[in-house]
Design a protein around this ligand. Structure first.
Ligand code: MTE
Length: 307
């Protein structure tokens, strides 16, 4: 595995100035208005949330150089290296299926009608590593309510941008492109499920799924689909990329569960990114520690079967 570049400076040494300069230069550029909308003026003005964890946050450098985004390659540092050329403005999201107001929604228009919050969430990848990420975003439920979910809708399907000329991984048969994911409607309406447009008080870096991605903190990270261009309300379970690839290894629910192992490795513990090779393992928590909020969604389900 390639190690990301490390400088001697700690992120905490450079954050305030770097974040300020970065935001200022972004604001000054052509996309300034959009950047302001994406972050709602930055973390300082984003409303803190009762849903946030107080666990130590992963360094910005680790969050933005250790990524899974196969559209830019399978190496952890590939997204940081190759996502820079992705055009993220203009951006719109097609919302269709069983909704009252289907259509193509410009990102600015979506953001004009939501309240952005900072949500500091644990992220647990199915590969048994974890981070703590301070996202900026808004509840997915707010957008679904705005477009009007029809009574027959039972699931929400999501689709990533398909643009092989800017996403070199899509020029290879790594996955069945475009990347698709899905949630049951009750999961999608849960207040913990957010659409994120920023992190660490700034616009979302491309390697993290700019300009808008899903974050579902009680599920394995592969459910949190990046760079979303389409949201479809359906009456049946939609196909999802990793389940389609290998259904005995990756299920539709993908709830974090220390007692249901991946067929090729244990899920009982996780490597905490940035915590050091030996100090950095901890026990995995059921539903990634969000059981009090979400366990009731799965009452009566056999979670070993519905993995
Ligand atoms: N979304 C798309 N479109 N393509 C991907 O390869 N990888 C998933 C998820 N969303 C992926 C994706 C996986 S496996 C994880 S763990 C998270 O993104 C990683 O998010 P991060 O890089 O922001 O930490």
């Amino acid at each position: 595995m390639k190690r990301p570049f490390r400088s001697d400076l700690k992120w905490s040494d450079v954050t305030p100035q770097a974040a300020y300069l970065n935001r200022r230069s972004l604001m000054a550029g052509a996309g300034g208005g959009l950047v302001a909308a994406l972050i709602g003026g930055g973390a300082a003005s984003a409303k803190p949330s009762a849903f946030s964890t107080s666990d130590p946050q992963t360094k910005f450098e680790d969050i933005t150089t250790y990524n899974n985004f196969y559209e830019f390659g399978t190496g952890k540092s590939d997204p940081a290296q190759y996502a820079g050329g992705l055009t993220i403005a203009p951006w719109s999201v097609q919302i269709d299926g069983l909704v009252d107001r289907p259509g193509s929604y410009a990102l600015e228009d979506i953001l004009a009608k939501v309240t952005l919050e900072e949500r500091i969430y644990r992220l647990r990848c199915v590969e048994a590593w974890s981070m703590v990420i301070p996202w900026i975003g808004f509840p997915l439920a707010d957008l679904l309510t705005r477009v009007g979910v029809q009574p027959g809708a039972k699931y929400v399907a999501f689709q990533t941008l398909l643009r092989p000329e800017e996403m070199p991984g899509q020029q290879m048969a790594l996955l069945d492109w475009p990347y698709v994911e899905g949630l049951r409607l009750d999961e999608a309406m849960h207040p913990l499920a957010i659409l994120a447009t920023g992190l660490y008080g700034d616009a979302l870096p491309r390697q993290n799924g700019a300009p808008i991605r899903l974050v579902v903190p009680w599920k394995y990270g592969f459910k949190s689909i990046k760079s979303i261009v389409r949201i479809t309300l359906t009456d049946g379970e939609p196909p999802t990329t990793w389940k389609t690839m290998q259904s005995n290894e990756y299920g539709f629910f993908a709830n974090v569960n220390p007692s249901v192992d991946h067929p090729r490795w244990s899920q009982a513990s996780e490597r905490v990114i940035g915590a050091g090779l030996f100090a950095g393992r901890r026990p995995t928590l059921m539903f990634n520690g969000y059981g009090d909020q979400v366990a009731s969604l799965y009452a009566g389900q056999d979670l070993a079967k519905d993995y």
